[in-house]
Design a binder for this molecule. Structure first.
Ligand code: GDG
Length: 462
C-alpha cells in the first residue's frame, strides 16, 4: 500500500487531533489506518534566520505514521497565516469581500512559505508516495513541488467553499491562484455548487474548458475536479449519555444547542436575534427553552474577530436581560472550548441543534449532532441552506440564516414536531451520515487521485 503524505497548515499529535474535532480527526484516523507522513507547521514561531526554519523535524506517530514539522517566522505568521490565508482567502471564499484586507505584502510571504514547505517536503517524498494537500493555506504547493521535479500524484482538498467567479476574480492574484490549482491532478471540493463555481472560475479567467472525459483543461494542465463531501465517524457520537441541568434552569426546559468557532461566517448574531425573536413572538415558551451556544475563540489577532466577539457578548447580555428570570437564563453563552465527549453528551441532551452559518464549506457539527441523538427520541437539526451540509442533510429543517423571522418559526416547528416525524427524519439523515462517513471520504478521494495521476502519466507516455 502506498504511503500517504498529508500536508496541512497545522500538524498536531494524533491524540490531540482526535480531540480537536473537524478535519484533524479525519486526518488522524487516516494516518492510524495506513502508513503515512503528516507534514506542516508545528505551531511555533521563531526568529528569522533560525536554523530550525530549514531543519524539518520528523518523529514517529501512532501506527506506521510519522509527523514532519517546521516552524514559521513572526513575519510569516503575520503575512502568510493571519494575512493572506485568513484576511484574504478566508473572507473572500466565504463571500465577505467587505472583510478582505488586500495588503500587497501578504502574497509574497504566502508563496514564500509554500516554497519553503515544498523544498523541505521534497526531500522526504519517496517514489511511491501519494501527496494530499489540505486547504487554502497551501494552494501553490503543487506548483512548487512540480518545479522541484516531484512527479508523484498530488491532490488538493478545499475545506471551505469556492465563491462565485465574480467574487474569486476580485482577488488581485486570482490568476496565479487558479493556475496553481490547475497544477494538481485532482481538486476535491465539498459540494456540487463548489465544483460548478470552480469550473466557471477557470472558464472566466479565460483559461479553462471541459474535456470529453469530464476532466478540465486549464492553463495547459489536465485536472479532475470532484465533490467529496467531508464526513464524520458516526460511531464516535453514537451512544452518548444525555447530561441534564447544565445550567440553572427549570428542569423541564428544552435545550437548543449551537457549537461554532467564534467566526463571522457562522451567523451567530443572526442566530441569537432569531432566538430573541422566538421568545418575543411565542411567549408561551418563556422559561421552557434554553439556548446553549458554545463558541470557542479562534484567530483572535485578526481584527474582524474582535468585532464579532463584542457583538455576541452584547447581544446575549441584552436578550438575557430582557427575558431572563431569577431562575431562568435564556442564553447560556460559553466562549471557551468544551471537551469532545462532553460535547457529544450535550448534543444528545438537546431537542434542537441550531446551525445557521452564513456560509460554510460543510459544517461537521450538524452531522455530529444528528449522530449523537437517541434513535427512539431524536432531536431536530435546524440547518442553514448556505452550509455545504444542506446539500446532503435535506431532512433537517433548512432555513435562510439572514431571515430572522423564518429561523424563529423554525424553532417553534422543531419544538412541536411529533415523535414519528422526528424519528423518520433522523433515520433518513443517519443513513446519509453513515454512508458518507470520514473513511469513505478519504478512501474515495485517494482512489480518484490515483486514477487521475495514472491518466496523467499515460497521457505523457503516449
Ligand atoms: C472547516 C470548514 C468544514 C467545535 N467546537 C468545539 C469542538 N469543535 C469541533 C466540532 C467539529 C469541528 O470542531 C468544527 O468543524 P466544522 O465543520 O463545524 O467547522 P470549521 O471549524 O469551520 O471547519 C467547515 C470543515 O472544515 C471540515 O471540512 O466542514 O465548513 O469551515 O468537529 O466538534 N470540539 C471540541 N470543543 C469545542 O468547543 N472538543
Amino acid at each position: 500500500m502506498s504511503r500517504i503524505v498529508v500536508v496541512s497548515n497545522r500538524v498536531m499529535e494524533l491524540r490531540r487531533a482526535t480531540q480537536a474535532g473537524g478535519v484533524a480527526v479525519a486526518i488522524a484516523d487516516l494516518l492510524k489506518a495506513r502508513p503515512g507522513l503528516w507534514f506542516g507547521w508545528n505551531g511555533k514561531v521563531v526568529e528569522d534566520g533560525d536554523t530550525a526554519l530549514s531543519d524539518v523535524k520528523v518523529r514517529k506517530a501512532a501506527g506506521q505514521s510519522a509527523l514532519a514539522t517546521l516552524p514559521l517566522t513572526a513575519e510569516e505568521h503575520r503575512d502568510y497565516y493571519l494575512g493572506y490565508s485568513n484576511s484574504v482567502l478566508w473572507p473572500v471564499f466565504h463571500n465577505r469581500l467587505d472583510l478582505a484586507h488586500f495588503d500587497a505584502g501578504f502574497y509574497p510571504r504566502y508563496t514564500g512559505v509554500n516554497k519553503r514547505f515544498a523544498a523541505a517536503l521534497a526531500s522526504l517524498i519517496q517514489p511511491d508516495d501519494i501527496v494530499w494537500v489540505h486547504d487554502y493555506h497551501l494552494i501553490p504547493l503543487a506548483v512548487e513541488l512540480r518545479r522541484l521535479g516531484i512527479e508523484n500524484p498530488i491532490g488538493f482538498y478545499l475545506h471551505i467553499p469556492v465563491p462565485p467567479p465574480q467574487t474569486f476574480l476580485a482577488i488581485p492574484e486570482y490568476a496565479d491562484l487558479a493556475q496553481a490549482l490547475a497544477a494538481y491532478d485532482l481538486v476535491g471540493l465539498q459540494t456540487e455548487a463548489d465544483v460548478s463555481n470552480l469550473i466557471q472560475v477557470f472558464k472566466d479567467s479565460g483559461q479553462g474548458r471541459i474535456l470529453q472525459d469530464g476532466r478540465v483543461l486549464a492553463f495547459d494542465q489536465r485536472l479532475s475536479i470532484h465533490r467529496f463531501p467531508v464526513g464524520i465517524d458516526a460511531r464516535d457520537f453514537m451512544g452518548a449519555t444525555p447530561v441534564r441541568n447544565l445550567v440553572q434552569s427549570p428542569s423541564d426546559a428544552q435545550r437548543i444547542i449551537g457549537v461554532d468557532r467564534l467566526d463571522y461566517t457562522k451567523g451567530l448574531p443572526q442566530k441569537l436575534r432569531a432566538f430573541g425573536r422566538f421568545l418575543e413572538k411565542y411567549p408561551a415558551y418563556l422559561r421552557k427553552v434554553v439556548l446553549t451556544q458554545i463558541a470557542p475563540p479562534t484567530r483572535e489577532s485578526v481584527e474582524a474577530y474582535t468585532d464579532i466577539r463584542q457583538t455576541l457578548e452584547a447581544l446575549s447580555g441584552k436578550i438575557n436581560g430582557m427575558f431572563g428570570e431569577l431562575d431562568w437564563v435564556p442564553i447560556h453563552y460559553i466562549h471557551r472550548s468544551a471537551p469532545r465527549d462532553r460535547l457529544r453528551d450535550i448534543y444528545r441532551a438537546s431537542r434542537i441543534g441550531f446551525f445557521t452559518p452564513l456560509r460554510d464549506g460543510m459544517n461537521l457539527v450538524a452531522k455530529e449532532y444528528v449522530a449523537a441523538q437517541a434513535p427512539d427520541d431524536p432531536g431536530v437539526p435546524i440547518l442553514s441552506r448556505f452550509a455545504g451540509a444542506a446539500e446532503q442533510l435535506v431532512d433537517a429543517i433548512i432555513v435562510n440564516p439572514y431571515n430572522v423571522e423564518e429561523m424563529a418559526d423554525a424553532i417553534k416547528q422543531a419544538l412541536e414536531m411529533d415523535k414519528a416525524e422526528r424519528i423518520a427524519r433522523y433515520e433518513r439523515l443517519m443513513s446519509v451520515i453513515r454512508t458518507y462517513d470520514s473513511a469513505v471520504w478519504s478512501a474515495s478521494f485517494l482512489a480518484t487521485l490515483e486514477a487521475a495521476a495514472e491518466e496523467r502519466s499515460t497521457a505523457r507516455i503516449s
